[in-house]
Design a protein around this ligand. Structure first.
Ligand SMILES: Cc1ncc(COP(=O)(O)O)c(C=O)c1O
Length: 379
């Protein structure tokens, strides 16, 4: 059978390996606290669940959704952008709803030509999308020395067609200052490169100012921002997000997307209007993640981990005691604590672990307790 060489050449998706490790431990009867995968496990707020149920009831005939999305969803998304970032978008021309943000991130390399710059360590989907689209992948190193920001002076601008950035960063939890985003957009524009900004975690932060958006730059030509309700509104299973920015690029997405059939279900779009229009639940979600961090972080620091990244997203990015991230993660596994070794998340992640604050507060407290008896990977 002639399978795609890109598919057969892929190493196991790191998160699949984490799931396997968790299942094996659970089968052995170990209580597992899983900080490995970045999947929110908070309840979806009741008003959103009611909105989806009402939307299903209201439309007994289920038509195909249109790629352009419901006008009311585009308006709700644009209104949220205006409230949150102070940028006025034209909902008719600058917003397109997506099925969560992953599919849109994956497929952008099919819409934009040229080599694709992908941050490393980072979320693997931009790279995988580039590979399946047959594009050249240009790793863009993120380092502590550079504040986990790409070094704009070191990029091969002449080859690039698309540059991915992700702030707050997975796994680094770092945010980019507004001036850096402005500079990145200007350089991209000067070299005819599309700046694609994955802002999946922009509503989660612990300290400092709310994370900025690429949508705040002075000139949106060549800029696209990817947003999602998965983390902000604890709706990963609904699959709802949007892409916004340069009207020319949004028009290209609208031309491309009907080919793939990735328009979100109409009832999900209606529930998403409710979600984007409410901030109260987002404040409560932020507070819950902050409580988890307050319970867990002191125990991790006490156990020898050091803070290495930023203060946003729901990730803790930590230097592993002993410096060997895989040995450290394996040693924690014996306790029933799953974390992601940084080296699984791309070159440059070595020596670090990523802790996703997704278990319950009780589980975070249980993990903190377990850590107090941990002797470390190599201590
Ligand atoms: C950095 C980053 N971007 C995008 C996504 C995609 O999330 P979704 O497809 O649920 O919007 C994730 C999910 O884990 C992520 O970590």
């Amino acid at each position: 059978m002639g399978l795609s060489g890109v598919l057969t050449g892929l190493r196991t998706y790191p998160f699949v390996r984490l799931t396997e490790a968790r299942r094996r431990l659970q089968a052995e009867g170990v209580r597992v606290v899983d900080f490995g995968m970045g999947e929110p496990r908070e309840e979806t707020p009741a008003f959103i669940r009611r909105a989806v149920a009402a939307a299903i009831e209201a439309e007994p005939v289920s038509a195909y959704p249109l790629a352009e999305g419901l006008p009311e969803l585009r308006e709700a998304a644009a209104a949220w952008v205006a409230r949150r970032f102070g940028t006025e978008l034209d909902p008719a021309a600058q917003v397109v709803p997506t099925l969560g943000s992953k599919e849109a991130i994956f497929s952008l390399a099919q819409v934009v030509d040229g080599a694709v710059g992908v941050p490393t360590p980072g979320y693997p989907v931009p790279e995988r999308g580039a590979l399946f689209a047959g594009r050249e992948v240009v790793p863009v190193p993120l380092t502590a020395a550079h504040g986990w920001l790409p070094d704009l002076d070191a990029l091969p601008w002449d080859r690039l067609g698309l540059l991915w950035v992700n702030f707050p960063g997975n796994p680094t939890a770092a945010t980019a200052p507004p001036a850096w985003l402005e500079e990145a957009a200007a350089r991209c524009r000067a070299h005819d490169v599309v700046l694609a900004s994955d802002e999946a975690y922009c509503e989660l932060w612990f300290e400092g100012d709310p994370p900025p958006s690429a949508l705040q730059v002075d000139d949106l030509r060549g800029v696209l921002a990817f947003h999602t309700l998965s983390k902000r509104s604890s709706m990963p299973g609904y699959r709802s997000g949007f892409v916004a920015g340069d009207p020319e690029l949004v028009a290209a997405l609208r031309r491309y997307r009907p080919n793939v059939g990735t328009a979100p279900q109409v009832f999900v779009q209606r529930a998403s209007v409710a979600a984007w229009s409410d901030e109260e639940h987002v404040v409560a979600t932020r507070e819950r993640y902050a409580r988890k961090r307050d319970v867990l972080l002191p125990a991790l620091l006490e156990a020898g981990f050091e803070r290495a990244g930023g203060d946003a997203s729901f990730f803790l990015w930590l230097r592993a005691p002993g410096g060997d991230d895989v040995a450290c993660a394996e040693s924690l596994l014996e306790l029933g604590i799953v974390v992601a070794p940084g080296s699984w998340l791309g070159a440059g992640g070595e020596g670090h672990v990523r802790v996703a604050l997704v278990p319950t507060i009780d589980d975070c407290a249980a993990a903190a307790e377990l850590l107090s008896g941990w002797r470390g990977a190599s201590r």
